[in-house]
Write a protein that binds this ligand. Structure first.
Ligand code: CTP
Ligand code: MG
Length: 237
């Protein structure tokens, strides 16, 4: 079964603060996106990587990937992204060639995911799951609140049992037809979800969780850059 990875990288990175689009910011001298592409290409299962670039940045991203050597067994394509992550992923799916049966969707903002996590997701799909999500138990207790806005104290509505909660990461792995169908169906209803597996859930298809990894964290705020660079330095040591 041929596996491709779609990497949404078209976001601005507003929470990271002013600067280049997040995926193009450097981690220890190398753009975050290049780390993320290498993380997918590190898996022997992945033969194609589709990068979804900022809408006006596709030629620049193509040049960047041409400059940074990838394993010869890995092909890559660059397509322009959309206004939302969901739209960007759909544009990436549209670019997949025939013959791809398994699709990974991986955030460029998770540049340090270890290859063992990628392989575990692929393996679970090969074993017959239609949607697989790597996830971690939570350290913090989570409360559901009634948002009242503007810094006012928010009433607590519920406290879900922490041991049953998981924080989900990427790459999420899918049977290609299931994911394409989920994106197409949800696009018609104008509905959304904050991750790809969420779209598959809406269709009523089963989604399973496999163990994630702490190094698959998402670079979202400035402190995450400090952590990511420290992880890279530790790997090189
Ligand atoms: N993404 C995308 N297209 C968008 C928005 C997001 O491809 N229109 C991608 C981002 O590039 C990132 C991933 O989706 O790799 C996860 O999104 P997030 O971490 O929220 O990144 P940004 O949207 O860039 O950050 P922010 O929300 O702080 O602006
Ligand atoms: Mg975002």
């Amino acid at each position: 079964l041929r596996t491709a990875a779609v990497i949404p990288a078209a976001g601005r990175g507003v929470r990271l603060g002013p600067g280049a689009p997040k995926a193009l910011r450097a981690l220890n001298g190398t753009p975050m996106l290049v780390h993320a592409v290498r993380a997918m290409a590190a898996s022997r299962a992945v033969s194609l990587v589709v990068v979804v670039a900022p809408a006006d940045g596709a030629p620049e991203v193509k040049r960047l990937l041409d400059e940074h050597a990838l394993p010869a067994r890995t092909d890559y394509l660059v397509v322009p992204g959309g206004d939302t992550r969901q739209e960007s992923v759909r544009l990436g799916l549209d670019a997949l060639p025939e013959g791809v049966d398994i699709v990974l969707v991986h955030d460029a903002a998770r540049p340090l995911v270890p290859v063992d996590t990628v392989d575990a997701v692929v393996e679970a799909v090969r074993d017959g799951a239609v949607a697989v999500v790597p996830a971690m138990p939570l350290a913090d207790t989570v409360k559901e609140v009634e948002p009242v806005g503007a810094g006012a104290p928010e009433p607590v509505v519920a406290t879900p049992e922490r041991s049953r909660l998981r924080a989900v990461q990427t790459p999420q792995g899918f049977d290609r037809d299931t994911l394409v169908n989920a994106h197409a169906t949800i696009a018609l209803t104008g509905d959304g979800a904050t991750d790809d597996a969420g779209l598959v859930e809406r269709l009523g298809a089963p989604v399973v969780v496999v163990p994630g990894h702490e190094e698959a964290f998402k670079v979202t705020r400035p402190l995450d850059l400090v952590l990511a660079e420290a992880v890279l330095a530790r790997r090189r040591a």
